[in-house]
Design a protein around this ligand. Structure first.
Ligand code: 13P
Ligand code: 13P
Ligand code: MG
Ligand code: MG
Length: 366
């Protein structure tokens, strides 16, 4: 039986500032998706939040890029925005960059990660959701999960993983895509995905079965809007076990709080801290960036779960390290590499400041 898993997310208002989602907004989203489930459009759903981002996790039988499913998400975000405006939440409707729905939420602001799968005898799925960072944040974790034997011992000892995986990466500025096969192409792959502000891993496929293993949202809000509106705060869906990495191999890359772009005003590098849903409340300098992981078993499309995977005690040390790294990075104040490089700030204040002071620039006398 083919099942589609669609994760569609948007920041439609922060409570307080950019630190959290308001429970009334999430309840409104639950009511909206429950109606869609009652009507038969959805098989099942789960609504959650990561920081100030509302997350709609939906299963259905209509395939990816389906107009009704995208419209359901869009309409839910629109009515959520109306409530956010009433509560005067911060940045109500922040990620909705268009007024009119035209068949697909892609390019309209919300982040989208979808996969259509043939459900296996057992189908464990991990959904990663991040706040205060951008889509390339999944590059290193996905590389470690699917291409690094120091992370995933299954690549070495599981015969059905031995052929490796293929990575589809997107150039988020030029709107092109490229596929690399691991292990033989890893050096070429790393040239590109090692630059996560430009290249983002969109999907990973098993070379043994051809099945999709992971899919992420690669929308870049600033490139859509042409100005800074907020960070992309991406999501990523990963299938586990069988021909894919074990659940523990899927979670293992997050034990290092790697530096990602985002944090305050979307303009800084900071450590990505794995936390429980409850602890996804980025408050210190609007951060540090957070990632949550919800685990589900799919049963004929029903979402059995979630289990809050990063609530586990074994991530305590990572969180401590992330807080130390946050202090260290903060000590650089407005200087790079804490602050993003200038070319990444082209959609923020930089052009306006330049416009104002450009008359003060004089040619050097050589
Ligand atoms: P169990 O023996 O608990 O099923 O674990 C098997 C396994 O492969 C863990 O990674
Ligand atoms: P969000 O992208 O999560 O809304 O954060 C924006 C911001 O500017 C935080 O300081
Ligand atoms: Mg926000
Ligand atoms: Mg956010």
């Amino acid at each position: 039986m083919k099942i589609t898993l669609s994760v569609i997310k948007a920041d439609i208002g922060g409570y307080v500032g950019h630190s959290e989602s308001h429970p009334d907004i999430l309840n409104l989203a639950r009511d909206s998706l429950q109606k869609a489930k009652d009507s038969g459009l959805l098989v099942d759903f789960h609504v959650t939040k990561c920081g100030d981002d509302a997350q709609l996790i939906m299963t259905h039988k209509r395939g990816i890029d389906n107009k009704e499913i995208h419209k359901l998400a869009w309409d839910t975000f629109i009515s959520g925005t109306e409530l956010a405006k009433k509560l005067k939440l911060y940045g109500a409707g922040q990620d909705l960059l268009s007024d009119a729905f035209s068949g697909n939420v892609k390019g309209m602001g919300p982040g989208v990660a979808e996969m259509e799968i043939e459900e296996r005898i057992s189908e464990p799925i991990i959904i990663f959701m991040a706040d205060k960072t951008s889509s390339g944040a999944w590059n290193m974790p996905l590389y470690k999960m699917f291409a690094d034997p120091f992370n995933t011992i299954g690549l070495v000892i599981a015969p059905n993983m031995h052929k490796g995986f293929s990575f589809e990466a997107h150039d988020v500025k030029e709107h092109t895509k490229v596929t690399f096969n691991t292990p033989e192409d890893i050096y070429d792959l790393l040239v590109f995905i090692g630059a996560p502000s430009r290249y983002a891993v969109k999907a990973v496929y098993s070379r043994d079965t051809g099945d999709i293993a992971a899919v992420s949202s690669t929308q870049r809000l600033s490139l859509i809007a042409g100005r800074y509106v907020g960070k992309d705060d991406p999501v990523c869906v990963v299938r586990a076990q069988g021909a894919f990495p074990a659940v523990g191999e899927v979670l293992e890359p997050f034990t290092k709080p790697t530096l990602v772009e985002g944090w305050m005003r979307g303009s800084h590098h900071g450590p990505l801290m794995p936390v429980s849903v409850e602890d996804s409340t980025p408050s210190r300098f609007d951060g540090p960036p957070r990632v949550i992981a919800l685990g589900f078993q799919l049963a004929q499309g029903t979402l059995i779960g979630p289990r809050d995977m990063f609530a586990d005690k074994s991530f305590d040390e990572t969180r401590r390290q992330a807080n130390l790294a946050a202090d260290y990075m903060r000590s650089h104040g407005p200087f790079e590499p804490h602050r993003l490089p200038l070319e990444e700030m082209e959609y923020t204040t930089m052009p306006q400041v330049m416009e104002r002071v450009k008359g003060r620039f004089q040619p050097l006398e050589e």
